[in-house]
Design a protein around this ligand. Structure first.
Ligand code: F6R
Length: 366
């Protein structure tokens, strides 16, 4: 059932192009470059009059939420807060009746996320669910929602659910931004068109697997890692660091690249690998100077770049070249090499990647 792959995790990483196509099926019309999401069609008025979105989630799903915030704020001009479900539920949070509280959960069974939406519901908020498991507790507790439809995720470390969640959040931001008129029509069509091309670009990314497997060996005995990214790439850095921690048991931290000079730069020496997302974006030059700062301190750099980037190729120890896409869709592309890197380092260290110690697939305890 692993489809010829040694682990479920690797299979699920490689399934992502098909999963994202499944997630978009019936929702994205590639001919007209439009999006229809039934939750938006059925609850248009309620969603359009939302004063605020509050996203509640844990772990990887929380990272997807951080990307969702950027998408929803930029396409829909609605303020979005992203909360750890466990922190939200045990505070006395301000919840208004015109808020939309969105729960993101692969399993749909995470106890803290479920409790957070019960709390929000009791205070009159409208509840939107983004789940994978159909009929799960969270899916049943919501007023509406959109399934990610990526199929069962078996590996404990979440991979295809993350890109599925980001895809649904993109669809939601597109559909709402279009209805609201905050997303210019030409931009709307341009993003939808490029989103349709993502599965094919993911296939291109996956061709980097042998290269990543090969250089991962160099990091078998690393004790620490830093992951950096800015803007849409910051949550990707957090997610990359989480993947590495979970399955390889190497300590890793994700930071917004510009925060490096406010502390973490003190950690950089020849023993410190730094993974940095440096694809083409308006902030490229800034990220490039971060790489120069790390190299000046002899840090080892793994850079995730846009294909053809010879500047970083000459600077970084390893540079993983990916097809170009729109900045707002970049996480769907850049998350994949970081999943592969964590996977191969864990395999080199002889770890059980599908069943890492101390972790469970559904966290139903609080
Ligand atoms: C990371 C991971 C966990 C989950 C978290 C939330 O690889 O699997 O961090 O993302 O426990 O789980 P769900 O999405 O099922 O609520």
């Amino acid at each position: 059932e692993k489809g010829g792959f040694p682990h479920f995790m690797l299979k699920e990483i490689f399934d992502q192009p098909d999963c994202i196509s499944d997630c978009m099926r019936g929702r994205v019309n590639p001919d007209t470059c439009t999006v229809t999401l039934s939750a938006v069609t059925n609850h248009k008025d309620r969603l359009l009059r939302a004063g605020r979105f509050i996203i509640v989630a844990c772990g990887t799903s929380w990272h997807a939420g951080l990307i969702g915030k950027q998408l929803l704020e930029s396409f829909c001009r609605i303020p979005v807060e992203v909360e750890y479900a466990s922190e939200f539920r045990y505070r006395n949070p301000v919840i208004h009746s015109d808020d939309v509280v969105m729960a993101i959960s692969q399993s749909g069974e995470t106890a803290d996320t479920l409790a957070a939406i019960e709390l929000a519901k009791s205070q009159g908020a409208f509840i939107y669910g983004i789940c994978n498991v159909v009929g799960s507790s969270i899916a049943r507790a919501t007023d509406t929602g959109s399934y990610i439809h990526v199929g069962p995720e078996i590996g404990v470390a979440s991979t295809k659910a993350f890109t599925g969640q980001v895809t649904v959040l993109t669809l939601l931001a597109l559909a709402l931004g279009c209805e609201k008129g905050t997303l210019p029509e030409a931009e709307y069509h341009r993003v939808v068109k490029e989103l349709s091309a993502i599965p094919e670009k993911m296939r291109t990314v996956l061709k980097q697997n042998p290269f990543i497997a090969d250089f991962s060996k160099m990091f078998t005995y690393a004790r620490n890692f830093i992951y950096l990214g800015r803007g849409y790439a910051f949550p990707v850095a957090l997610e990359g660091a989480l993947k590495l921690k979970e399955i390889s048991y190497i300590h890793a931290e994700g930071y917004p690249a510009a925060e490096m000079k406010h502390g973490p730069i003190a950690l950089i020496d020849a023993e410190m690998p730094v993974v940095i997302v440096a694809t083409q974006s308006p902030l490229y030059e800034k990220v490039l100077s971060n790489i120069q700062e790390i190299k000046a301190r002899k840090g080892r750099v793994v850079a995730v770049v846009t294909e053809g980037d010879t500047v970083i190729r000459n600077l970084a120890d390893y540079s993983i070249e990916l097809p170009a896409t729109l900045e707002c869709l970049d996480p769907l592309i850049t998350a994949i090499p970081l999943q592969l890197l964590a996977y191969h380092i864990a395999v080199c260290r002889g770890m059980d990647v599908d069943q890492p110690r101390n972790l469970a697939k559904s966290v139903t305890v609080e």
